[in-house]
Design a protein around this ligand. Structure first.
Ligand code: XMP
Length: 520
């Protein structure tokens, strides 16, 4: 963090803690998230201007409940407690918290009678989710706002710059929320709200130069947003010391390799090595139909090919990784990691331990939407910046049953038609001000079944394509996209008419959970 205009968000285990940092940044206020019990030195090294305390599942009066650390009070900096954060603040400053007569969950109306530094006067819709509530406020505090069931829904000690809200200003259901967070940062903490990920480019470039010196750096680019933006940044920092490698697995979508070549070579001028390993991948996948087996094979083959490439260019000591901020946060909070392995994810992260690289991770401070803004600031085309996620194992997990060159061609053509029609109708690309919103992810799947049909006077017996389009915020849960029937009809008719080998198209209307987004 810069010398510093930022806030620290302490995470008390609430599900929205990351959102607080994101919302602050969207308001131009730099914020970093730390576990509530992080080492004080590490937190204070950022020289924050204030603290925001997140919500959390505990009750303050339970033994062992997370506490606001002493150094936070000793710093003399302003504090904003949210939900559990508010309750901890009240409890530790001598007020009282107790179970509410009933749990309050959902929308409420907040009445703010007077001017104050945190919330504009008026009646605001807010989102509540709490079991405990404040019964007695500590001395020095006044009530800033109340709701029907929470007399102390917003409180503040203007003198000390301590504030607390029972509701969640970080969620969308609290429309005034971003304003509250911004007011806390600007009016209470004295931050200038002008942060933008693009402002950080010179600083990131400096950091990379210092780290890498005159050494060479290897990057595996996949065509995804993260790996491309990371490579673009490193290239800006060290120029041709960067060697970018793109492995054509033969499992890519139509036009993908060309897009990567065009953007990296022609737009950014990055030295790019394209390795055509499609034969190797196809050979390894021959006869395999089990999804986990396919994922394992693609992952292993990728590592083998990448190792060969690294050796071919004399094994540079540094490797670029597109690690982003949520990965960093997750790795600090082990209890949040997914317990059950639903699918094996194979990305470059799985390199064998004997392949030693020092990692360069220029995106480790950024959320996904910020990586996109950074990409645009670096001159990447919108087409790439707004690309949807594409799984590491590629079309292998969308070609159900055996992966053969013929079936891959069928799938690739069907998928290209689907995406072309979606783009034409405004369902792909950046979020729009008006009209239909883009879907989060959309693709075709080739099913390992045949159906009977009739074309002209001929009986046909061919394969089935399933279309999948989902809407999601975080890809952990997803809804199927309610695409217009005319659009689906056009896609289906084009696929059946233009793609030999397919005579039936179905639309997947499964949510996640219980389904997953990919079929394998
Ligand atoms: P599922 O199918 O688990 O997918 O609902 C959630 C998101 O993750 C993507 N996905 C992957 N991404 N490597 C990746 O980088 C993988 O192996 C992988 N498998 C699934 C999927 O496309 C969706 O966006």
């Amino acid at each position: 963090m810069e010398q510093t205009q930022g806030l620290v968000v302490l995470d008390f285990g609430g599900q929205y803690a990351q959102l607080i940092a994101r919302r602050l940044r969207e308001q131009g206020v730099y914020a970093e998230l730390f576990p509530w019990d992080a080492a004080p030195d590490e937190v204070m090294a950022l020289q924050p201007r204030g603290f925001v305390l997140s919500g959390g599942p505990a009750s303050v009066y339970e033994p062992g409940a997370p506490r606001i650390p002493e150094y936070v009070f000793q710093s003399g900096l302003p504090i904003l407690g949210i939900c559990y954060g508010l309750q901890a603040l009240v409890h530790q400053l001598g007020g009282q918290v107790a179970p509410a007569p009933r749990r309050e969950y959902g929308l409420a109306w907040l009445e703010v009678p007077r001017e104050n530094p945190l919330i504009p006067p008026g009646r605001h819709q807010v989102w509540m989710s709490h079991g405990d509530r404040v019964e007695v406020i500590p001395s020095g505090f006044q009530v800033l706002g109340s709701t029907e069931h929470s007399p102390y829904a917003a409180i503040g000690d203007v003198e000390r710059g301590y504030y607390g809200v029972q509701f969640h200003p970080e969620v969308q259901h609290t429309p005034i929320g971003p304003d509250i967070l911004r007011r806390f940062a600007v009016h209470v903490c004295g931050v200038t709200a002008n942060w933008h990920p693009g402002n950080w480019i010179p600083r990131l470039v400096d950091e990379i130069r210092q780290k890498v010196g005159r050494e060479r750096v290897l990057a595996a680019v996949s065509g995804g947003v993260d790996s491309t933006v990371a490579a673009a940044l490193v290239h800006r920092a060290v120029g041709d010391q960067l060697i970018a490698v793109f492995v054509d697995t033969g499992l890519l979508r139509k036009g993908e390799r060309e897009l990567v070549e065009r953007v990296l070579r022609d737009v950014l001028g990055v030295p790019l090595r394209v390795v055509d390993a499609s034969q190797e991948f196809l050979n390894a996948l021959r006869g395999v139909t089990d999804p986990e087996e396919k994922r394992r094979i693609v992952g292993e083959t990728f590592i083998r090919v990448f190792e060969q490439e690294a050796r071919a260019v004399g094994h540079p000591p540094f490797l670029v990784q597109g690690t982003i901020y949520p990965d960093v946060i997750e790795s600090r909070a082990p209890e949040r990691r997914h317990a059950a392995r639903i699918k094996t994810h194979h990305n470059v992260g799985g390199l064998p331990p004997d392949m030693r690289f020092t990692l360069v991770e220029p995106l480790r401070y950024f959320f996904k939407d910020e990586v996109r803004r950074l990409g645009l600031a670096l001159g990447l085309p919108e087409e790439l910046v707004w690309r949807q996620p594409f799984p590491g194992p590629g079309l292998a997990v969308r070609c159900l049953g055996e992966v053969t060159p013929e079936r891959l061609t069928v799938l690739r053509e069907a998928d290209a038609i689907f995406r072309e029609e979606l783009r034409r109708a405004g369902y792909l690309g950046p979020p729009r001000r008006k009209g239909p919103q883009p879907v989060s992810q959309a693709f075709a799947v080739l099913l390992p079944v045949r159906a009977v049909g009739v074309m002209g006077d001929q009986r046909t017996y061919e394969e089935v394509v399933a279309l999948r389009a989902v809407v999601t915020e975080d890809f952990m849960t997803a809804d199927w996209a309610p695409l217009p029937h005319e659009l689906l009809a056009r896609v289906a008719s084009r696929i059946v008419n233009e793609v030999p080998g397919v005579n039936r198209v179905v639309y997947d209307i499964t949510t996640k959970p219980p389904g997953t987004i990919e079929w394998e």
